[in-house]
Design a protein around this ligand. Sequence first.
Ligand SMILES: N[C@@H](CCC(=O)N[C@@H](CS)C(=O)NCC(=O)O)C(=O)O
Length: 223
Amino acid sequence: MAGRVMLYYFNGRGKLESIRWLLTVAEVEFDEIYITTREQYEKLLSDGALMFQQLPMVEIDGMQLIQSKAILNYIADKYNLHGKDLKDRVMINMYSEGLIDLMEMIMILPFIPDPKQKLDEIQSKAKERYLPVFEKVLSGSIYLVGGRLSCADVQLLECTLMLEEKLAGILADFPNVKSFQGRMTQIPAIKRFLLPGSKRKPQPDATYVKTVMEVLKMKLPLP
Ligand SMILES: N[C@@H](CCC(=O)N[C@@H](CS)C(=O)NCC(=O)O)C(=O)O
């Protein structure tokens, strides 16, 4: 198991995409095993690889890690993307948790029957609750916490790109966030990740939704 990092998930963004982003920024090479059938998922279950019977699972440093936030924190700690001390870290975690809340709203759009209503809710929450926070923090600093790059910066970039895919022009009233995006996309590893053919996943399509639903035996509407 030791050796290259191996990711187990669907061939799509979901709860793994932020981990792909963070590994990329940390310049860690990784491989992926795409779960495309119920049998593959059941095999992982019977092997005891999925503690809470959920994906994603990441093999790293001889461990099988589950829970996406725990995995993000491990990578952030290991690769010095989690601030210089406890006080930095709690701020980074606060920003991260907010961004994850927002990204999870976008993530479920393809699985819900009335995405228009949900998208309107995302737009108002993004503009009134989340983006103003980051606009303010970035008015006086290049990065979100402690003047250095952290996992929260990486998630903010990911999240703002996701927002713009769904709501073009949403950053118009947030010039500091837009400039931040411009700076972040100049980081060489990120520049490469944003090019076609990288390990970054596209927006979810019907095939992705169908695979997730079949593998997990999900039924609509979601609870
Ligand atoms: N808190 C977990 C949630 C993981 C999760 O909900 N995974 C979904 C796929 S995206 C899953 O495996 N669902 C199956 C189930 O809950 O039975 C995490 O962030 O990793």
